[in-house]
Design a protein around this ligand. Structure first.
Ligand code: MOS
Length: 691
């Protein structure tokens, strides 16, 4: 594997599409430049579980401007590819409240909305369970977790080790349902031209969307065009197609030649596009008096949907954080009659780090050892589960660098001892990890013409800056300045790209571009003629079976809790990252700080409240579902340690999309304990906990 000679990489090249975004000329899916679109408004189930017995569409159809009302009775049949979520309007069954049971097409969105409200649906309602109960009699062991890992693992006999440990921690931590709130809600514009389909979709991966749509409608992939030039945030919810996208395409089938537009409202973002499920995490740690871990047990119960399983892998990262003589992780699922959970930024690691890293803090207190020293003492020399050496692992450097920067040395470990102007102050630390890998399945094409290299790959810029960093990678791999590169992404018109997910986008697409650049230079040299061209598929990483690869982080938080009101403030956050080479410091800092801010939001604000009588998220908007706003966000800093890793990919870079959020909520919870002496083990951390 060749390593790219960095010239542009490592510098803060400005976001290429920045001016278009600022000027408003960058098109998002709902703004797709189509002629004379029809507007779709859905009709959503008002029961959580049951059967549709009748749909009366007469009043809706009579409304001037209504073009069609589509129900399961006349909806085109879809090919079942195994994902029930995208089999929209195929039968009478209702599996969650908010499920689409019909849709209206009209000349304006106002008429469509009015008509949708006139559709009368009657149901046979069945008994449902939408309230999460970790002791549910329906609890079961899933065969696999949402990230493909095994649900349960065990090394040695943790129970025996806990029974004989000098010091133990036994505590339960919970995280609530959380919904994705990208700035741009999901949107689809679809148009059929005979048996050819064009879709403008807000998507983390046009290639996957193309495959799924082709499968559902029995088409060849080349007859499905998906475009997604700009995406206003994805965070996991835009990785896989949800029901609304397919509903739009189905409805468009009824009006050949006419584009159909469906843009979800913010409220609809809380109903049909997934969420992070509730987790209840039972942590048991055992250690000898010097702080050496002898047992880690991380037993998780998570919410899932009865009709589509997705189990948050919250115990997954506990398999690789620390050296321990014995280790158990387990996951059990509660089947609920809700929308199906899905991937959300650092699925598993984000909630799972709350459990393990707060438990480590509790252990440090019980042992009378500094929490940083406790972690350093249990740093593994190899990957604890696989036994493989790491390509690079700098968790200790992250902790030490952060301690220095944050001013940890003077920290008085005693809780509830710093009352300043009516606020209790404290500091906390937590650590985290996120795997570094690359996805197969991309192809990059490089073509030279009139002095410029055109680089094509179906990658996705979801706001992270993919277009810019791929330009830098191509420039350095071809050994030319960035202004001679044109990168074309976000469309199935160009060769396929894997999804922007798993923090693996840059690693996957970049490795592919680097390979194509090598081929191009081998074939045409550095002074090519017009028409010179080369392509390459994603190369396998030759080290993938021999080395463990992961990013690491140390998160530091200062928290102030008002002595009278319990109000929680976070004046200072610092994340220190071991992520290999940082390819564009400005974009990386922005990405990592975004992750930290979401961690703050997760710690203090975010909670979707399900009304168990109806299966409805009651706080389904940004008034009721608070996300951290400017007033909540104070001093947030992201830095990184030097980390030379020639094994991960030709750029030497690990993914940074998700590691930013990992451990932040735990650092804040630990700081809140240090401030007040009150141990909050349930997110979000609100005033009442301190009163
Ligand atoms: Mo990410 S949650 O893998 O889009």
């Amino acid at each position: 594997m060749t390593t790219i000679d960095a010239r542009s990489l490592g510098t803060s090249v400005r976001r290429i599409e920045g001016p278009d975004k600022v000027l408003g000329t960058a098109h998002y899916a709902a703004e797709a430049p189509v002629e004379n679109p029809l507007h779709l408004r859905p009709v959503q189930a008002t029961v959580a579980r049951g059967t549709v017995t009748a749909i009366d569409t007469a009043a809706a159809e009579a409304l001037p401007g209504v073009v069609a009302v589509i129900t399961h009775e006349q909806a085109p049949r879809l090919v079942d590819g195994g994902d029930p979520e995208v089999l929209v309007l195929q039968d009478r069954t209702v599996v969650h409240r908010g499920q689409y049971v019909a849709a209206v097409l009209a000349e304006t969105s106002e008429v469509a909305a009015e008509a949708a409200s006139l559709v009368v649906v009657t149901y046979d309602e069945e008994a449902q369970t939408t309230g999460f109960d970790p002791d549910s009699p329906e609890l079961y062991a899933p065969s696999v977790l949402g990230n493909g890992q095994a649900a349960d693992t065990v090394v040695g006999d943790p129970d025996a080790a806990l029974a004989s440990a000098a010091v133990t921690v036994d505590a339960t931590y919970t995280t609530p349902v959380e919904h994705h709130t990208p700035m741009e809600p999901h949107a689809t514009v679809a148009r059929w031209d005979g048996d050819r389909l064009e879709v403008h979709e807000s998507s983390q991966g046009v290639g996957l969307a193309q495959q799924v749509l082709a499968g559902l409608f029995g088409l060849e992939p080349e007859d499905v065009r998906v475009v997604s030039p700009h995406v206003g945030g994805g965070f996991g919810t835009k990785g896989f197609l949800h029901a609304g996208s397919v509903l739009t395409v189905l409805a468009a089938r009824l009006v050949p030649g006419r584009p159909v537009r469906f843009a979800l409202s913010r409220q609809e973002m809380f109903q049909t596009v997934g969420y992070r499920a509730t987790t209840v995490q039972h942590l048991r740690l055992g250690a000898s008096a010097d702080g050496t871990l002898t047992a880690v047990a991380h037993d998780v119960v998570a919410g899932s949907a009865r009709w589509k399983e997705f189990v948050e892998p919250a115990g997954g990262s506990s398999r690789s954080m620390y050296a321990t003589a014995t280790l158990r992780t387990s996951h059990r699922a509660v089947p609920l009659d809700l929308d199906a959970p899905t991937y959300m930024r650092a699925p598993g690691e984000a909630p799972g780090s709350l459990g393990l890293e707060c438990a480590m803090d509790e252990l440090a207190v019980a042992l009378g050892i500094d929490p940083i020293e406790l972690r350093v003492r249990n740093e593994p020399s190899v990957h604890p589960e696989s036994g493989l050496p790491y390509s690079s692992r700098n968790l200790v450097a992250c902790l030490r660098t952060g301690a220095e920067r944050f001013g940890w040395a003077d920290r008085d470990p005693r809780p509830r001892t710093r009352l300043v102007d009516g606020w209790w102050h404290g500091t906390g630390v937590a650590a985290g990890t996120f795997p570094a890998f690359r996805m197969p399945g991309s192809t990059a094409n490089i073509a030279f013409s009139e002095g410029r290299y055109r680089v094509e790959i179906g990658a996705a810029d979801i706001g992270q800056g993919a277009r810019t960093v791929l330009t830098q990678i191509a420039a350095d791999a071809l050994a030319v300045p960035v202004d001679r590169i044109s990168v074309v992404i976000g469309s199935t018109d160009v060769p396929p790209g894997s999804i922007a997910g798993g923090s693996a986008g840059t690693a996957s697409w970049g490795s592919t571009i680097a390979e194509a650049a090598d081929r191009f230079r081998d074939k045409w040299g550095d002074d090519p003629e017009d028409g010179s061209e080369a392509d390459a598929a994603t190369p396998d990483n030759p080290w993938a079976e021999e080395l463990a690869m992961a990013a690491h982080c140390a998160q530091f938080a200062e928290v102030a809790v008002h002595a009278d009101t319990g109000e929680v403030r976070v004046p200072r956050l610092l994340g220190v990252y071991g992520v290999g080479n940082v390819l564009n410091p400005q974009l990386a800092r922005s990405q990592l700080r975004g992750g930290i801010i979401w961690g703050l939001s997760m710690a203090l604000h975010e909670e979707s409240v399900v009304d168990p009588r109806f299966g409805q998220v009651v706080n389904h908007d940004l008034a009721g579902y608070h996300i951290a706003a400017n007033a909540d966000v104070r001093d947030v800093e992201a830095i990184w340690v030097d980390e030379d890793d020639p094994y991960v990919n030709p750029m030497g870079a690990k993914g940074i999309g998700e590691i930013g959020i990992v451990g932040v909520a735990a650092a804040i919870a630990n700081a809140a304990y240090h401030a007040t002496g009150v141990r909050v083990r349930s997110l979000p951390i609100t005033c009442d906990a301190f009163l």
